[in-house]
Design a protein around this ligand. Sequence first.
Ligand SMILES: C[S@@+](CC[C@H](N)C(=O)[O-])C[C@H]1O[C@@H](n2cnc3c(N)ncnc32)[C@H](O)[C@@H]1O
Length: 216
Amino acid sequence: MRNAYPDDILNKQKGERDSAQPDFWSQRYASGRTPWKIDHVPHRLDAFIRSLRSGSNILVPGCGEDYRAIEAFDRAGHRATAIDFSPFAVEHTKKRLSHLGDKIILGDFFSYPFDAGAFDAVYERTFLCSLPPRLSKNYSARVAQLLQPEGVLAGFFFYGEESDPPPHPLTELKALEIFGGRFDLLKTEAVADSLPIFAGKEKWQEWRLRSNTTIQ
Ligand SMILES: C[S@@+](CC[C@H](N)C(=O)[O-])C[C@H]1O[C@@H](n2cnc3c(N)ncnc32)[C@H](O)[C@@H]1O
């Protein structure tokens, strides 16, 4: 099966170590080798944004240059914060969203000093699948730490066969291992308007943080 990220994106020669470094991503953005980039707000995200309580506090981790998603949350009256560790991507996104100022953060999702429980929802798209699998459980623990009890992790999750990962696909079993200890799966839906490279391999999912989860 064709690699979902052609042209050596996240390939094995570059290795997991490199994709965990900001430079790896900045080089991809600077050279335009960004097949995950989307030029519109996906239908399902739009519906989710409209379903949120007015003024919700939203985090977009690994936002890259996807300013449209951040802008859509903002326009709908929510408080959007986004973070990425690639200076190139953050500069681009800040330029597009100059009115959001320091809400577009240059920093590491895993270590930036956000307050615990600060967010009502976290929006995921092509961030989890780009992380080395050894970080998957750190990702769910970090999201759980940043969400309010019963807050929601929502977005597009990469599933299905991938003979040459990364990107690293989930399976139902892996997703349960990663999220099952802290989250309940509220919704899982096929995605109709995926980019061709993700067609049939993305699911829209909403995972709710259990209220009795211990925040570490
Ligand atoms: C495949 S891109 C996805 C970008 C965006 N979510 C989108 O849909 O266009 C993955 C992004 O995650 C960022 N990233 C990877 N590890 C990160 C980390 N530990 N903290 C913050 N950003 C990170 C990269 O810089 C890159 O912009």
